[in-house]
Design a protein around this ligand. Sequence first.
Ligand SMILES: C[S@@+](CC[C@H](N)C(=O)[O-])C[C@H]1O[C@@H](n2cnc3c(N)ncnc32)[C@H](O)[C@@H]1O
Length: 426
Amino acid sequence: MTSLQRFTTAARKSRNPAAGVCWACATRAYTKYVIKENDIVVLKKSTSDDRIEPILSKPLKYGTNVKTPVGSIPADEIIGKSWRDVVVKSKGKKETAYRILQPSMGQFVELYPRIVTPIYPRDANLIVSLLDLHPTAPNEANEDDRLEIFEAGTGHGGLTLHLAKAIHAANTAAPPIPPRRQAEAVTPPVTENDIDAVAPPKSIEQIEAEQADATEEAYKNWMHKRRAVIHTLDAAEAHSLHAQRVVRNFRDGIYFPHVDFHVGGIPEYLTSRLADTKEAFLEHAILDLPSIHDYLEIVGKALRPNGILITFCPSITQVLSCVHEVKDKKLPFLLEKVLETGISAGVGGREWDVRTVRPKALVKAEVAAREQLGDVDESLDSLDEDAQADAEPATESSRGWEAVCRPKVAARVTGGGFVGVWRRME
Ligand SMILES: C[S@@+](CC[C@H](N)C(=O)[O-])C[C@H]1O[C@@H](n2cnc3c(N)ncnc32)[C@H](O)[C@@H]1O
C-alpha cells in the first residue's frame, strides 16, 4: 500500500478528513495553535472594507477586556480560540464579528502604541534588503565569526525588529529570557569585566530575578557567544525602554535576544568600543536621527571596509549635508545610491542623483578673478561637461539653516524619506 493510499484509508475509516492529512501538515503550528494568556492578537472586523483599521490587543489576561470601537470584548472569549476564529461583540440587536489573527511584524510595528514615529515596515524591509545580509547557520568552523550591526536611534524599535529578524539564523537557539530583562532598560556590558559595573540599581523585580541565577547565567553565557548582534542606541532612555517592550512583546520575544539596547551618545559608545577592539568592528550601520552628518566620521572609524552605512533622512537637503561632510572631511565613504521612499515613490524607492558639482557661473567667476591676478592654472575647458550641464540648483540655504526640500503628500507629509546607501572604502 502506498503512503497516499494509507492516508485516504485512514481518513475514510475515521470519518475525519484531518486523518488523511500528512503528519507534517496536520501538525503545522499555525493550523493547530491555541491562543494562550499573554498572547497578543489582532482583531480584524469581518468585512471586506480594507479601510477599517485592525485592533492590536495588549497581552491577553483572564478577566480583562480588549477595547474595540463597538465595546469591550472579554479576553476570556479569545483565549483558547485558534487563529482565524471569530469573536462576536453584541450591542443591542447589532452584532459585530471580529476575526482573530496573529499579528504580522508589519502590523505589530504599525499598530503598537507609539511615542515616536517608526520607519514604516515597507521602508524597513527595503533597508534590510539593501544590507544584503546572508547569515549562515552556526557550525564548528564559523563559531568565532561575528556580525555586528549598529543602529541609531532606536526610536519605536520598528527597524530594530526587522534587523533582528534578518540575523536570526546566525545564532543558536536562545535560552529562556530571564524575567529581569523583559521590559527594563538594560544596557548590556561592553566587556565581560563590566558585567557587574553596569548593573542598574536593585528593584523588587531584580531581587526576584537574581533568585533565578541559573536562568540569568545561561542567558549571559549565550549572549557572549552570539555570532550576530544588533546594537541599537538612543539618546532618550524613554524611547529605548519603549522599543525594548516592542521587541520583547513581538512573538514572545523571538528576536529580543539578538539585540543589545544602549542609551547614550553615538561618539561615546563607538569610541569606547573602539578602545576595546582596537579596530573597526561593525559590519553595517544605520542612522535614523537628526543631524546625521555629525556622526559620519566616528561611524566611518567603527565600520569595516566594504561595510554599508544606511542613512535615513526626511529631507533631501539632509542627504546633501552628508555629501558635503564626506567631501569636506575626506571621509572614506562612497555614496552608492539615494532612494526616495514613500507612497509616491513606489515599491523599492525612486532613485535620486545626488552629488556635488561646481556651478558653471561660480567657476567662471573664480577663473576671472584668477586671470585678474595673473594666476590661471585652470581654464573652463578643463571643466567636466556633465558638471556644467548638471549644475545643482541651490537646495541649501547658508548661515546654518537647511531648507526643506521634498515632495508634499496631500496636506501632510506622511512616512517615507531618503535612504542613502554609503559604502565604506579602504
Ligand atoms: C525617528 S526616531 C527613529 C525611529 C526608528 N528608526 C524606528 O524604526 O522605530 C529617531 C530617534 O533618534 C533619537 N535621537 C535623536 N538624537 C539622537 C542622538 N544624537 N543620538 C542618539 N539618538 C538620538 C530620538 O530619541 C528618537 O528616538
